[in-house]
Design a protein around this ligand. Structure first.
Ligand code: GTP
Ligand code: MG
Length: 205
């Protein structure tokens, strides 16, 4: 899929105020600093469409970006950020869970995890919650450039094996990415394109 346009639409904390366009939507979620905003810039090839920072907690709102006038990418705040209160660190902000529960247009979520890290309880908890809500998701492993090439697939496989060991019957789809080296771009865009096409076909039936 070619990205012909990528436009910031609106930021807010109220799901009710998110754009009402009945078009497919995809959201990026994960721990603070995992690389959600960087990935949006990499996918859209727009350097500073989404705001990024070396310090966690940069994205604080629900940000809608309209792509090709035809679907939305959504940048969300991270969870598990150390500078918020302990209670908040362990749970998910209500406006984030409300977003996932109420957003009918959301066709799939992408849960980002740093490929260098073991499965973290907060990520597993969030994915389990998505599963319980029947919200489709895939995993995006980020920062693959930080590992040696031969370690990349091994780490990803170990992560998915840990998931299917106790909770999940089947591992979700996964993508390996590096925003600094544009790795994984075509695969993610093709995946989204496939879902979009199925959605629009269904609409015209
Ligand atoms: P919050 O908005 O705070 O939740 O963070 P975020 O998940 O949006 O992360 P962001 O995209 O702001 O990136 C955090 C840091 O990781 C920045 O310093 C990025 O440059 C860096 N980063 C993101 N993706 C990659 C990557 O693929 N490779 C490397 N080496 N660094 C990355
Ligand atoms: Mg961000």
């Amino acid at each position: 899929m070619r990205i012909k346009s990528a436009d910031f639409v609106v930021s807010n904390t109220q799901v009710a105020q998110c754009p009402s366009d009945p078009i497919p939507e995809y959201a990026f979620i994960g721990r603070s600093n995992v690389g959600k905003s960087s990935l949006i810039n990499m996918l859209t090839e727009r350097k500073s469409l989404a705001k990024t920072s070396g310090r966690p907690g940069k994205t604080q709102l629900i940000n809608h970006f309209k792509i090709n006038n035809n679907w939305f990418l959504v940048d969300l705040p991270g969870y598990g950020y150390a500078r918020v209160s302990k209670k908040e660190k362990k749970t998910f902000q209500k406006y984030i869970t409300d977003y996932f529960l109420q957003r009918k247009q959301l066709l799939s979520a992408f849960v980002l995890v740093d490929i260098r890290h073991e499965p973290q309880p907060i990520d597993l908890k969030f994915m389990q919650w998505l599963g319980e809500q029947s919200i489709p998701f895939s995993i995006i492993f980020t920062k693959a450039d930080k590992l040696k090439p031969n370690a990349i697939e091994r780490e990803a496989e170990a992560y998915l094996a840990a998931m299917t060991k106790d909770v999940w019957e089947q591992a979700p789809p996964h993508f390996i990415t590096s925003s600094t080296h544009s790795v994984g771009r075509d695969e993610i865009l093709e995946y989204i394109d496939g879902i979009n096409k199925a959605y629009y076909q269904e609409q015209t039936r």
